[in-house]
Design a protein around this ligand. Structure first.
Ligand SMILES: CC(C)(COP(=O)(O)OP(=O)(O)OC[C@H]1O[C@@H](n2cnc3c(N)ncnc32)[C@H](O)[C@@H]1OP(=O)(O)O)[C@@H](O)C(=O)NCCC(=O)NCCS
Length: 180
């Protein structure tokens, strides 16, 4: 539906749910994504999440599919919308680790941000990322995001406290930087 150089963003399908549950239950992925206690998500819970997706409730979740093989490899979307201040908070994960570090996530984020600025008339996109997730920080910088703030010792993981960064990009910057 919304296409980049390596991926397209499309609606989730019921057939994705099983793989989505596998992806989200991977220990390494969970560590990078979820602030809570890393506890497994059941297939039933994942199915409920799938049922909750609806464009009619300001819930814009996309499946990420490779252009070459048409393979579902992860997801991204708008987690929170502040229409009054025109700010969208986004998130992304590539669940198939064979596709990490190969530009698929960066491409998907560019498509998502472009969609938000061009189709949703939002002025700012922001996201949260753990300080130890260097690949994600670099990926977001490649998309034009800048670090705006540090939440000190925000996340307790593997016995230690870690900082969390807030990164953001404004509509004008996105188009000036000509990210896509
Ligand atoms: C974070 C994520 C979306 C990034 O997408 P990606 O397509 O894998 O990122 P890229 O391949 O464009 O890599 C981004 C940069 O990080 C660098 N990088 C790759 N692996 C790295 C690693 N292990 N450590 C540090 N940097 C790394 C790359 O060199 C690249 O920079 P370059 O293009 O200048 O060489 C994706 O890896 C992912 O979903 N990971 C798992 C879940 C996650 O972390 N989600 C984000 C939560 S905030």
């Amino acid at each position: 539906m919304y296409t980049g150089e390596k991926v397209r963003l499309r609606a989730y399908k019921r057939e994705d749910v099983q793989l989505a549950q596998q992806y989200i239950n991977d220990a390494e992925t969970k560590k990078l994504l979820m602030p809570g206690i890393p506890y497994p998500i059941t297939l039933e819970q994942e199915q409920k999440w799938f049922e909750s997706i609806s464009a009619f409730s300001d819930n814009y979740s996309f499946a990420i599919e490779t252009l070459q093989e048409g393979k579902y490899i992860g997801g991204c979307g708008v987690n929170k919308l502040d229409w009054k201040n025109s700010v969208a908070t986004v998130g992304i994960f590539i669940g198939d680790k064979d596709y990490w570090g190969k530009g698929y996530g960066t491409d998907a984020m560019k498509v998502l941000v472009k969609f938000i600025f061009e189709q949703m008339n939002i002025n700012k996109v922001k996201l949260f990322v753990y300080s130890f997730n260097e690949r994600a920080v670099k990926s977001y910088e490649k998309c034009g995001f800048a670090r705006e703030g540090v939440l000190r010792q925000e996340i307790f993981r593997d016995g230690k406290y870690h900082d969390e960064y807030i990164m953001g990009i404004l509509k004008d910057e996105f188009f000036q930087k000509n990210v896509r």
